[in-house]
Design a protein around this ligand. Structure first.
Ligand code: URA
Length: 236
């Protein structure tokens, strides 16, 4: 790829700024000062900017502990968007949320600019289970567990088997679902006569919310590490 493309994808600098930096001799390729923006480089080349090595990065993966009150979108007229919580250094990557959490739902939300990864994690076909903690208006009952396991039927779809764990306080539960249909957890509980009064996603596949993280905290994670945590974790 062109040197200016390499640098614009890997830094927050614009192509114009990069051109200017190349002009003043601030960029080197394998130890030699670069003279032009359009020379061809590859990921293996050692590119430096003002003497600092620049690693090629096309995609980024962020894990957000989503606070309530933010919508899982990049643009909205009514609510603040989760993308407003992305630190400045990642803005140029144009990340978007992987799947959706309701505005009042808290917890684990991945943001990335890698469309294939986002599709794979959200797709019901990939069987990546999402785990939620919920507080209910009324105690969960054993037969709710059976109903969830059998797959709750809605007008437009039948939910895949879901796992329900009832806590010591039966108004508190953990539920795991492999899809992410609109208001799915809330609608599943509605069908068994309970209202979800608090909902938090605590895991996606084997990826849990970072320990001691607080709503609004956001972390960059490595793709290989993320793949290991998520892929192949769900029940086939
Ligand atoms: N199910 C819901 O009802 N809401 C969410 O935010 C996520 C899953």
């Amino acid at each position: 790829m062109r040197l200016d493309k390499f640098l614009s994808e890997s830094t927050s600098l614009s192509r114009k700024e990069i051109k200017g930096l190349i002009k003043i001799g601030a960029v080197s390729v394998n130890g030699t000062t670069a003279k032009k923006s359009d020379i061809k480089v590859c990921e293996e080349d050692e590119i430096s900017l003002n003497g600092e090595s620049v690693q090629y990065r096309k995609y980024v993966y962020l894990v957000l502990n989503k606070p309530a009150g933010f919508i899982s979108a990049s643009e909205d007229r009514k609510y603040r968007c989760v993308t407003e919580l992305v630190p400045d250094e990642y803005i140029h990557y144009n990340v978007f949320p992987v799947g959706r959490l309701d505005v009042d739902t808290e917890g684990l939300l991945i943001l990335t600019n890698d469309g294939k990864f986002a599709h794979d994690v959200a797709s019901p076909k990939k069987n990546v289970y999402k785990r939620y903690f919920a507080r209910l208006s009324a105690p969960a009952e054993d037969h709710d567990r059976d109903a969830f396991k059998a797959g709750i039927e809605f007008k437009e779809f039948k939910a895949k088997p879901a796992r329900l764990e009832i806590c010591e306080d039966p108004c508190e539960v953990y539920v795991e679902i492999a899809e992410g249909k609109y208001h799915q957890v809330k609608r599943m509980f509605e069908r068994v006569g309970k209202t979800v009064i608090y909902l938090k996603r605590v895991a996606v596949g084997g990826l849990g919310l970072p320990e001691n993280s607080r709503p609004g905290d956001i972390f960059e994670v490595d793709k290989l590490w993320l793949d290991e945590k998520i892929n192949g974790y769900g029940e086939k």
